[in-house]
Design a protein around this ligand. Structure first.
Ligand SMILES: NC(=O)c1ccc[n+]([C@@H]2O[C@H](COP(=O)([O-])OP(=O)(O)OC[C@H]3O[C@@H](n4cnc5c(N)ncnc54)[C@H](O)[C@@H]3O)[C@@H](O)[C@H]2O)c1
Length: 304
């Protein structure tokens, strides 16, 4: 347990991949995570309001005595095609409005909005809803003097999500193209929380911070990438690379996270080396999910 003043933190969509990891870490560091989600949390000991952020009465109850909101709930990339544009708009736009509005009504001043690098796809269904969300974040930060941090992670679905990745190799091939591990996205949210906790202000209101992973390569090697670059960095893993059909000539796409590091103190840890080590250790099964064997929380209202 840390010496930080504990905060009561509302995690919308807190039963999903990111929310579950965050719930676990927040509990471990002595904060009080409260989840609003239709699905039951994977982590025991969190406060839980079962239902939708589209239910404004429930949201009002969940927002009571909250110090900081981490707004996660959204349909995202994998739901494009599966969910209709109306469903995207309802959850990602109306839902985001509801969460900001409920926070403002309860006087909550600290807010972390999980956006996405998909804002680059400004005319896409998902990207557009995140642009609107970021716009709302700016409006609420100005109108209600809220301290809002917007995080823009690139794709981070974890390897243990078997509804998306059939096995670790599938995930590893995706990761090798340049990616961020979910544990680093979680770290970026914890950095943002600590930033807000200590009363610091971002240079711009509701500033957006890109979240990418760790890379082992120098800028020079990235620039001059060729099929031998991986051999230079990971000679001991090269056979593994070839065995699993990775393309060594494929240059990973790396994003600029200068401000995220400089302002929020974010320091990504998981790189291609970690992925290769896990591939060698766990093979196609991959590392176990951090929730394997963990007790389910009971869906009761919190007494905290
Ligand atoms: N997963 C990625 O690759 C990725 C990349 C960039 C940004 N993001 C953003 O990160 C956030 C979530 O990521 P994740 O991977 O943890 O998602 P996830 O799909 O694992 O979790 C989302 C959670 O939201 C809940 N939810 C859905 N509708 C809800 C509603 N009406 N009310 C309350 N809860 C609801 C779901 O039950 C689920 O538990 C989203 O904002 C997403 O846009 C995700």
């Amino acid at each position: 347990m840390s010496s930080k003043k504990p905060l009561r933190i509302l995690l919308t969509g807190g039963s999903g991949d990111l929310g579950s990891l965050l719930s676990l870490s927040l509990l471990q560091q002595g904060d009080v995570p409260v989840v609003i989600d239709m699905a039951t949390p994977k982590v025991a000991g969190v406060g839980f309001f079962q239902g939708s952020i589209l239910d404004r009465d429930l949201l009002k109850m969940a927002m009571k005595d909250i110090d900081c909101v981490i707004h996660i709930a959204a349909w995202h990339g994998i739901h494009e095609g599966g969910k209709t544009p109306a469903e995207f708009h309802d959850l990602n736009v109306t839902g985001t409005f509801n969460v900001f509005e409920a926070a403002a009504a309860e006087g909550v001043k600290k807010f972390i909005f999980i956006s996405s690098t998909s804002v680059d796809d400004q005319y896409g269904i998902y990207g557009h809803t995140k642009i609107l969300g970021e716009e709302m974040a700016r409006a609420y930060a100005h109108r209600h003097d809220m301290d809002v941090i917007t995080l823009r992670p690139r794709a981070f679905i974890p390897s243990w999500n078997r509804t998306v990745y059939a096995n670790f190799i599938e995930w590893a091939k995706w990761f090798a193209k340049g990616a961020v591990h979910i544990s680093d996205v979680e770290q970026s949210a914890l950095c943002a929380l600590d930033f807000l906790r200590t009363g610091k202000k971002t240079p711009e209101k509701a500033q957006c911070f890109t979240v990418d992973g760790a890379y082992d390569f120098t800028a020079e090697d990235l620039k001059n990438w060729d099929k031998d670059t991986l051999m230079k960095y990971y000679p001991e893993f090269y056979d593994l690379f070839i065995k699993y059909g990775f393309d060594p000539a494929r240059k990973p796409k790396v994003l600029d996270i200068t401000d995220t590091k400089k302002i929020l103190g974010y320091a990504p840890k998981y790189s291609l080396r970690n992925m290769l080590e896990e591939l060698k250790t766990f093979g196609a099964d991959g590392p176990p999910s951090p929730f394997e064997g963990k007790k389910k929380a009971s869906p009761s209202q919190p007494k905290i």
